[in-house]
Design a protein around this ligand. Structure first.
Ligand code: AMP
Ligand code: ZN
Ligand code: FE
Ligand code: FE
Length: 282
C-alpha cells in the first residue's frame, strides 16, 4: 500500500535535517510522497523537490503558517504552493522578520535574568530565516547555560515564562486567502494539539480545504473525531508526523503513514484550484 507524510520540517525552519537527509529517510521508509512544511518559509522546497524526483517520490511544496483567529493560535498548512508567488513570498518575508526580532526580544529577556546568551549565537545556530524558540533552546544548551532543551522551555520559553515573547501572527482567514492566491490548498494543522475546534466553522467559511486528522500527537480517538469533522464539513483529510529531525528525541518520520488515496484527492483539488487561479488572472 502507498502512503505519505505531509508534515515535515528541515533546517530551513526548526528541524535538524537538510532537505536531502529528510528525503533519504522518507525514501528508505518506503514513502511514495512527502510534503515539506517548514514554518513560515518555502525555501527548502526546491531542494526537497529535486531530491524526491531523484528518488522517484512525489513531492508537495508546502509551508506551515503561524496564524491566529481571535486569541487562538492556529497553524495553517499550505500545500501545492507556487513557491515563486510574489505575494506569498512578501508576506512570508514580513513574518520571518517578526521571528528574527522576537529572537532578539527573547534574548534580551534572558539577559535581564542574568543569562549571558547572545542573539548572534542563536542566529548562527539557526542559520535560517525562520528562527524560533527551539533555536533559542538549542543555543542555551550549546552554551551550557541550561542542561536540557525541555528545561529551556519549562523555565524560560513557554507561554507565561519570563523569556516568552508573544509572536505577531497573520490572521487565519488571511492565511487561507494567501495560500489560495498562491494556487495552494489550506489545511488546519494538528487540531487536537490546541483543542481549537470552535474556530473550525469560521475557517470553513473562509474556504479551508482540509484538516490534519492524523498527527503524531493525535490519539486514535482524536483522529476519529477529526475524520468525522472532515466528513461533516466536506474537508480533505491529511496527516503527517511533524518530524523535526533530532530536535526532540528520535526523528518522528515513519510514525504517521497517510494512505495515498488522500494524496490523490488533494492532487485533484489542487488541480481545480490552479485552474481557477489561472482563470482569475486572465
Ligand atoms: P515558535 O514558532 O518559536 O513559537 O516555536 C514553536 C516550536 O517550538 C514548535 O515547533 C514546537 O515543536 C516547539 N515547542 C513548543 N513548545 C515546546 C516545548 N514545551 N518543548 C519543546 N518544544 C516545544
Ligand atoms: Zn517546528
Ligand atoms: Fe505546528
Ligand atoms: Fe509543524
Amino acid at each position: 500500500m502507498k502512503f505519505a507524510d505531509l508534515h515535515l520540517h528541515t533546517q530551513f525552519s526548526d528541524g535538524t535535517f537538510t532537505p536531502e537527509e529528510l528525503v533519504d529517510r522518507a525514501h528508505k521508509l518506503g514513502f511514495a510522497a512527502i510534503a515539506l512544511t517548514d514554518h513560515d518559509t518555502v525555501e527548502g522546497c526546491a531542494r526537497a523537490a529535486a531530491a524526491c524526483a531523484a528518488a522517484g517520490m512525489n513531492f508537495i511544496a508546502g509551508s506551515e503558517l503561524t496564524a491566529e483567529h481571535g486569541d487562538t493560535e492556529v497553524h495553517i498548512l499550505g500545500y501545492f504552493l507556487d513557491t515563486g508567488n510574489q505575494i506569498l513570498l512578501d508576506k512570508i518575508a514580513k513574518f520571518q522578520s517578526v521571528r528574527q526580532n522576537r529572537i532578539r526580544e527573547m534574548v534580551a529577556a534572558l539577559n535581564k535574568l542574568g543569562i549571558p546568551l547572545k542573539a548572534e549565537t542563536v542566529f548562527a545556530l539557526a542559520n535560517c530565516k525562520s528562527p524560533g524558540r527551539p533555536h533559542v533552546a538549542r543555543a542555551l544548551v550549546k552554551e551550557k547555560l541550561i542542561g536540557h532543551l525541555d528545561e529551556a522551555f519549562e523555565r524560560y520559553l513557554k507561554k507565561g515564562r519570563p523569556a516568552w515573547v508573544p509572536k505577531t501572527k497573520m490572521s487565519a482567514l488571511e492565511s487561507v486567502e494567501l495560500i489560495h492566491q498562491a494556487g495552494g490548498l489550506a489545511v488546519m494543522a494538528h487540531p487536537g494539539l490546541n483543542r481549537t475546534d470552535d474556530i473550525i466553522p469560521d475557517l470553513v467559511d473562509a474556504g479551508l480545504d482540509g484538516i490534519e486528522c492524523f498527527h503524531t500527537k493525535h490519539s486514535t480517538v482524536m483522529s476519529e473525531r477529526y475524520l468525522e469533522i472532515a466528513e461533516k464539513y466536506d474537508l480533505l483529510v491529511t496527516g503527517g508526523s511533524d518530524c523535526h529531525g533530532f530536535s526532540k528525541k528520535a526523528p518522528l518520520i515513519g510514525t504517521v503513514k497517510l494512505p495515498y488515496e488522500h494524496v490523490e484527492r488533494l492532487m485533484a483539488r489542487a488541480a481545480e484550484r490552479k485552474a481557477k487561479t489561472a482563470n482569475a488572472s486572465k
